[in-house]
Write a protein that binds this ligand. Sequence first.
Ligand SMILES: [Zn+2]
Length: 342
Amino acid sequence: MRGAVLYGPRDVRFEERDEPKIIKPTDAVIRISSACVCGSDLWPYRGIQPIVQPTPMGHEYCGTVEAVGREVRNIKPGQFVVGSFATSDNSCIICQHGYQSSCVQREFMSGAQSPFLRVPLADGTLVPTPDVPSEDLIPSLLTLSDVMGTGWFAADAANVKPGSTVAVVGDGAVGLLGVLSAKQMGAKRIIAMSRHASRQKLAREFGATDIVEERGEAGVERIKEMTKRIGADSVLECVGTQESMTQAINSTRPGGYIGYVGVPHGVSLDGEQLFFSHVHLHGGPAPVRRYLPELIKLVLNGKINPGKVFDLSLPLDQVAEGYRAMDERRAIKTLLRPNGTK
Ligand SMILES: [Zn+2]
């Protein structure tokens, strides 16, 4: 089979790879229905996170089970499944507390930008849908694997409740789905921070009530103006830079909550400032597996349509263009279809 492999900065190749097989008895192999490019794939793509060897790319996936190892009990060939970007046994103490993305047996997935994928710990990582879903639901189901699950975690970690005032820092796909999540959780006011017209439009479709174009200190000042100088109850930090983190902390009211899900790059926090800000900080790699059953239901019942974040759809063999379009911010998020499908 052929799949995406990253060789170095801005060097994604679509090339021959070994077809995945069952290696451990707890594995499954799935046929990918659709894959996509994640905002976090852009860190190594841009060379900010160095690549030491050619790396098969892609960690967001859904598809049909082709084969399972002999110890797999709940997942069966022919089922349609969605899985987390981080594997989990879903049984250790950490998993029982709902933090499957820090499972004692966790591995981070890669290689999903390919026609087939091996998924370790299949029983604890994958969640089957009740039936094989219709084609039009697949983009939304795919987002649950990471980007939607991460936006949901950001809102959950930021303690979004009915009536909350929420600010979302970052207008990438995660930030936009953070808006959708906050809306679904009953937030009254949702302020999306974005200066791009197409992203503002989608933020409003997902439930944003206000848009703030300013950034940094000016952005914080706007949030203060809009909240009687108090700050937002909940702030979703969906970027991972020093500026976005500082902006998030300074936009939160004392006693408020920050859900931070942007992978931090070069972020350091001042202890004294943090102490007097009086905020709750909760973030990390999203425990997507915890949310999958609920989010699958919301998609299948038509309550949420997170697949709208895909504004570019390409056949898998054009994966390099998919990265370029996101890197140059021509696309919010790229959907990759296996070749030969529409
Ligand atoms: Zn576990």
